[in-house]
Design a protein around this ligand. Structure first.
Ligand code: PEP
Ligand code: MG
Length: 755
């Protein structure tokens, strides 16, 4: 049954809309399980009832007619119990209800499983049989598994259908996600799709049908030419079977019926990429459904061919693409590179279906001061290109087709934000100290060149974390040593004589270089940070050489090592840095050996902090990863985002222990995770004794204003109080109440954005 399960889910995934999804489900389940009936009931959001939406086996006229409240009938009982009901003789069950319109009195055996998405019962999948018999364990497990897999698809299709109506009616609607970067953006959606992925081509219409037809024919002939050339070039290297594949590709492209199908859809005003994707996916599905394994394998070839042509269609579109003013980027999984592609003056917000507020793209959005929402799981993003929307990055709300009243309310919040920002302008010239004179060093986290100017304007006292991987992410190959030297020089010069802490390349996890792919099932526990660069000393050496060369005459460089899990990694990295330093001296560079520090972000480092502090020149805590690893919560995973808490008691205790022990060794401690940039978090860290807080430039004035408003003794009292608490929510509430008491609530979010 496993093969059938996969093929049903695949087929469903490519369906156009909700009715098509349901039709596939009932037909295929009935076939595979050899039952007489398969039906789907779905929740009607307005009435809360479950309505028969599709059936294969009951009378078609009953569709839309049978309504059951939770707890009513067998279907309603599946809903309230949130588990399958498997009955040999349905009519003997006390909850059985008879609906003459379905003709169901003939069926005795009943198996119903709930379709649950985000803890909500979206619907019920039912199979029925005439004879009295209990469905066996395997059949029940099959239906349960299928229901679990279909839940997301149905939620998505439901939302898409809803959006199609909304699109027609231009009706205001709302989606929820995770607040990832504060602020309000009122603008227009611009959908980014992974290049050449047939399954994610947005639904869009074309303006000029003739143009679109020409675009399609052009892409087709370019792809044909390309395949012919490659085939020709590789002729000698290919065996007969492989050569046949190239011929098959070309004959598929030459096949007139394929082009006719696509042109028909373009004639109906569909854009060429969407029309092509729909047709090719239908073909893929047909191949995948075949029982002969040779033909099933051809599905991959058809998909590959589809992607090739799509790439050409995209290329043309991309070069013609102009970003409108007030662009809000929307995509399934936005990346830092995608954000950087849009001219900064046009980009005002970002929305991602996947990810959480701790994903790196969210961190970059915050650094850019760009309102962002992550994890808007049910958003049918393919269908909303060009639509007006409001991003509320304070609450994680996305409003589509905002009406005049809603816009006015958000305009007010934007105005209050501007006033707040202006009221913090004067902070730049004031020292970062508490009301009773305890001085704290406030540094910035940088990555993009734009961060530098904003950081200096806001009175940063240096850089606590330069994420060197950002310039690596924005290229299509490793930057050379000289290219890196120039990038690093710019940073060092801009801040000199203030210190600049450069972290060696930290790729892996959710930061993949397109030109250095790392395929792993568990990337956050895999080849990341220092592990990659110690395995590739040539990359590490080029980078540290470039950093040190760049510091010539400035000597404000500090080198920091990410993801250190033990002393051997620190020592191996230090040996390489010393080797590079020695070589540079020999080459005639008159530079000083930079301090070398360690990031504490892997839990093992907490328990070796004494030894690390003894041998490193400084310690910097990466609380983002430390939280993820201490709590075993993937920082990038929307599903578990609600249990990622930087203020979890275990995290706070670890943070306290790190600074206490490192100080006992006489080593200074910084923190460069996002916690340092949150006013409440900053207060606790100062009370713990952290010497330097490093944060994005956007948050720096707020943190400074917060520190200046409190006395050190009060922060210590607050810390004392929260360290005795045993639950993260209670700690969050206590810290937030403290900010409220000292009148700083507005610093976190404008008053008008809180209602
Ligand atoms: C951290 O983990 O806290 C950190 C600063 O590094 P990054 O967020 O870049 O992983
Ligand atoms: Mg980290």
């Amino acid at each position: 049954m496993l093969g059938s399960l996969r093929s049903i889910v695949q087929e469903v995934n490519t369906a156009r809309d909700l009715p098509a999804v349901l039709e596939i489900i009932v037909r295929r389940v009935r076939e595979v399980m050899h039952t007489r009936v398969c039906s789907v009931y779905l929740r009607d959001k307005q009435s809360g009832n479950y309505v028969l939406m599709a059936t294969d086996g009951l009378l078609p006229s009953a569709v839309g007619q049978v309504h059951l409240a939770p707890g009513e009938g067998l279907v309603g009982n599946v809903v309230t119990r949130e588990e399958p009901i498997n009955l040999e003789k349905a009519e003997a069950h006390p909850a059985f209800q008879y609906f003459p319109s379905t003709g169901e009195e003939r069926f005795s055996a009943f198996l119903g499983t709930p379709i649950i998405h985000h803890r909500t019962v979206l619907g019920v999948l039912v199979v029925q049989q005439e004879e009295q018999r209990r469905f066996d364990e395997g059949e029940e497990a099959f239906l349960v598994t299928l229901s679990a897999q279909l839940a997301g698809v149905i939620a998505h299709a439901e939302a898409t259908g809803m959006l199609a109506t909304i699109r027609r009616q231009r009706q205001e609607t709302h989606f929820s996600g995770i607040a990832a970067s504060p602020g309000i953006a009122i603008g227009r959606a611009h959908i980014v799709t992974p290049q050449a992925n047939l399954a994610t081509v947005p639904y869009s219409l074309c303006l000029d049908i003739e143009d679109e037809l020409a675009l399609f024919q052009q892409a087709l002939s370019t792809a044909r030419e390309e395949i012919r050339e490659v085939g020709e070039r590789l002729k000698g290297d290919l065996n007969r079977e492989e050569r046949a594949l190239f011929d098959a590709y070309i004959s598929m492209l030459d096949d007139n019926s394929l082009a006719v199908e696509v042109c028909d859809r373009i004639q109906q005003q569909l854009s060429a990429p969407r029309a092509w994707a729909e047709v090719m996916l239908e073909h893929v599905r047909r191949f995948e459904a075949m029982s002969d394994s040779y033909f099933r394998d051809r599905a991959a070839d058809v998909r590959d061919l589809g992607s090739r042509v799509l790439a050409h269609l995209h290329q043309r579109q991309q070069s013609e693409r102009d970003y409108p003013d007030n662009t809000i980027l929307v995509g399934e999984e936005l990346t830092a590179a995608v954000l950087a592609e849009v001219p900064r003056e046009k980009l005002i917000g970002a929305v991602s279906v996947k990810g959480s507020s701790n994903s790196h793209v969210a961190i970059i959005a915050r650094a850019m001061g760009l309102p962002a929402i992550m994890g808007v799981q049910d958003l049918p993003y393919e269908t909303i290109d060009g639509v007006d929307m409001v991003v509320d990055g304070y609450r994680g709300d996305l409003h589509i087709h905002p009406g005049a009243e809603l816009k006015r309310r958000y305009d007010d919040i934007v105005e209050e934000e501007h006033q707040l920002a202006r009221s913090l302008d004067h902070m730049a010239g004031l020292p970062a100290e508490t009301a009773d004179g305890h001085r704290v060093c406030l540094l910035v986290n940088t990555g993009l060149m734009a961060d530098v100017v904003r950081s200096l304007e806001r009175g940063a006292e240096g850089v606590g974390l330069f994420r060197t991987e950002v310039p690596f992410l924005l290229r299509d190959r490793f930057p050379s040593e000289e290219e890196q030297r120039e990038i690093y020089r710019e940073q060092l010069e801009a801040f000199a004589p203030m210190p600049v802490t450069m972290r060696t390349l930290d790729v892996g996890g959710d930061k993949a270089l397109a030109y250095f792919p790392i395929e792993e099932t568990n990337p956050f526990l895999g080849w990341r940070g220092i592990r990659v660069t110690l395995d590739h000393p040539e990359i590490f050496l080029a980078q540290v050489r470039a950093m040190m060369k760049a510091s010539l005459g400035l000597n404000n460089l500090r080198i920091m090592l990410p993801m250190i899990s033990g002393l051997n990694e620190l020592e191996a990295a230090r040996r390489l840095i010393e080797r590079a330093y020695g070589e540079l001296l020999e080459e005639g560079y008159e530079i000083e050996m930079p301090p070398v520090g360690v990031m504490v972000e892997v839990p093992s480092a907490i328990y070796q902090i004494r030894e690390l502090a003894e041998r490193a020149d400084f310690i910097s805590v990466g609380s983002n990863d430390l939280t993820q690893y201490l709590l075993a919560v993937d920082r990038n995973n929307t599903r578990v985002a609600n249990i990622y808490h930087a203020l979890h008691p275990a995290v706070l205790r670890a943070l306290q222990e790190i600074v206490t022990i490192a100080h006992a060794e006489g080593t200074k401690v910084s923190i460069c995770g996002e916690l340092a940039g949150e006013p409440g978090g900053a207060l606790l860290l100062v009370a713990m004794g952290y010497d330097r807080l490093s944060m994005n430039a956007t948050n720096l004035p707020r943190v400074k204003a917060t520190l200046r408003a409190v006395r050190q003794a009060d922060t210590e009292l607050l810390l004392h109080q929260v360290l005795k608490m045993d639950c993260a929510d209670e700690i969050e509430q206590t810290v937030s109440a403290f900010l409220q008491r000292i009148g700083l609530k507005n610093i976190l979010r404008p008053a008008s954005a809180r209602h």
